[in-house]
Unconditional design. Structure first.
Ligand SMILES: Nc1ncnc2c1ncn2[C@@H]1O[C@H](COP(=O)(O)OP(=O)(O)OP(=O)(O)O)[C@@H](O)[C@H]1O
Ligand SMILES: [Mg+2]
Length: 258
């Protein structure tokens, strides 16, 4: 089982779009068993797959705060993905967990318990993080094997990422498997010279960690969530679908090499 966190504390860089479409590609095209976990109180990943985030029996908040078994919060969706949803119940988690000694490990413990109970039969778990380095993101980093960082190639792209990398480095002390699995260029416009320059910077900084596939700005990717569908359900011949299919191939190649 491969546990991947999609994270960048910068907002609006394509984390959720990458989570939903990478997870969907793995499930629909590669026929892998995939669990998508929404770790953002905005609940965008949850609604993107057609779920009503305010009508769920259990969400990640129940798992992390109320001890609901993780397996009991799993929802099977029509998009071919299994999902654990989130909504604004997750928003107060940093306050609720203040002073809880094993606070960083709640997600890891919940996953381990589900596995022990034989209820976590997945090839991939893909987790959508919120745009922050809050305790919930720390929980994701404690539970994950590798982090995929979506980055938009714009002027300030590299600035915020230093904090993210520092956090990942620091948290290696609580999770020795934690590493940056890859950096994916999102909302990419290859005709834009600034984007080309920033892309070159990224490659200089991250080297081979930058996926060869970049995700173009594609209106179909922005439209799909409002239909509760991944890009593969919404328009599988779009440029966005082709890009996420290629990204999936790179991710599978990484998994095979592990
Ligand atoms: N490649 C793309 N082409 C066009 N639109 C995109 C693309 N990727 C993301 N978007 C749109 O850009 C917006 C931000 O994307 P998304 O929600 O995936 O980012 P995020 O990093 O998850 O944001 P947040 O930090 O708020 O969680 C959304 O409206 C989304 O539909
Ligand atoms: Mg998001």
């Amino acid at each position: 089982m491969d546990i991947i966190a999609i994270a960048n504390q910068k907002g609006g860089v394509g984390k959720t779009t990458t989570t939903v479409n990478l997870a969907s590609a793995l499930a629909l095209i590669a026929k892998k068993k995939v669990l998508m976990i929404d770790l953002d109180s905005q609940g965008n990943a949850t609604t993107s797959v057609g779920l009503d985030k305010n009508a769920l029996e259990y969400t990640m908040a129940d798992v992390l705060l109320d001890g609901v078994a993780l397996a009991d919060a799993i929802i099977t969706t029509e998009t071919g993905l299994d999902v654990i949803g989130a909504n604004r119940d997750l928003a107060g988690i940093d306050v609720s967990l203040a002073g809880v000694s094993d606070a960083p490990f709640l997600l890891k413990q919940a996953l381990e318990q589900a596995q022990k109970d034989g209820k976590l039969d997945y090839d991939f778990i893909i987790m959508d993080c919120a745009p922050s380095l809050s305790m919930i993101t720390v929980n994701a980093f404690a539970a994950t094997d590798g982090v995929i960082i979506p980055m938009q190639c714009e002027y300030y792209a590299l600035e915020g990422v230093a904090d993210l990398i520092a956090t990942i480095e620091k948290l290696k002390s609580i999770n020795d498997k934690l590493h940056i699995r890859g950096v994916v260029r999102t909302l990419f416009d290859n005709r834009n010279t600034l984007a080309q320059d920033v892309s070159a910077e990224l490659i200089k900084h991250f080297g081979d960690l930058v996926y060869q596939t970049s995700i173009p700005r594609n209106i179909r990717l922005a439209e799909a969530p409002s239909f509760g569908q991944s890009i593969f359900g919404y328009e599988k011949s779009s440029k966005g679908a082709i890009a996420y299919h290629m990204l999936m191939n790179e991710v599978l190649t990484q998994t095979a090499a592990r």
